[in-house]
Design a protein around this ligand. Sequence first.
Ligand code: WQD
Length: 335
Amino acid sequence: MAEKVLVTGGLGYIGSHTVVELMAQGFEVVIIDNLSNTREDVLDRIAQITGQKPVYYNGDVCDANDLEKIFAEHSDITSVIHFAAYKAVGESVEKPLEYYRNNVGGMITLLGQMKKANIERIVFSSSCTVYGDTDRSPVDESSPIAQAASPYGNTKIICEDILRDESVASSLSVVSLRYFNPIGAHPSALIGELPLGVPNNLVPYITQTAAGIREQLTVFGEDYNTADGTCIRDYIHVVDLAKAHVMALQRFGKMDNRFEVFNLGTGNGNSVLEVVQTFENVSDTKLNYRIGPRRAGDVEQIWASTTKANDILGWKAESSLEEMLRTAWAWQQTL
Ligand code: WQD
């Protein structure tokens, strides 16, 4: 019998790619999404890729009734992958209460309903932001958790703390995945990132600039202590990331500890200018960009140690930066 999994935020950027990989591996998927940062037609696009439409509920993880109904109608759900959350760092500084209510409150509501339905397995969407401004790259999972630079980052730290405490107090098993910088899109160009308004993140800003939607990219700072002076990040293809969630589900039942965390990155760092140059190469375009001042709160350089995910999950990122940017550009051109 196929294993049934609830994917919260399953129509979002990382969620939709994960749903595709889960279905390809024979999982039965139920999605809950409130469409706060995506569109309903993502469901049809998932069906186009996989040949099958997943079950979808337009609902909210902050609403206990929505979750109760799903768990009652699908009593064979055995695990949950929890993506549904707000993710804009700058917005979280302006609206902290909304971020805590949605990201922390939503997860508490979800855990309460999971407990009532006897569901004891959860994969959580965490972030490398929990490490803060580390000077120890590659950063491994035992690195200290830093004081968060934004309410968004703090929601990830708090949610991990709640999950760890609950895994001690009950029989909940947790795999928390700390994503580095997810970019790119599905090779079919049917699903990808749908940024609302002006993008904050580098790659959607680059592709929108190349597409003529934005006038010019500003590179935030060229005076960092790095080879070319721009910040370094570990960019990871969203499809590689999605595959790691399937491996995370397979980890349940074999865990040494009921709370485990894994970094998901490539293990390589690239500078902003390297990303710009690689994009220019793969898209055969000249990008209009200028060097501007540093952006407040940016970490100088961070990339992942991926040893733990490689050894224990048996997962490794496969895609090159070229491939990530090629798919991001192909997706942008469909918009
Ligand atoms: C990458 C690099 C910028 C835009 C954030 C969150 C993190 C995670 C992913 C998400 C930096 C530079 C960017 C631009 C630029 N969370 N840049 N010009 O800041 O590493 O991580 O997103 O959901 O928690 O903090 O990603 O893509 O914003 O920036 O020069 O217009 O690109 O300074 O060095 P970041 P990013």
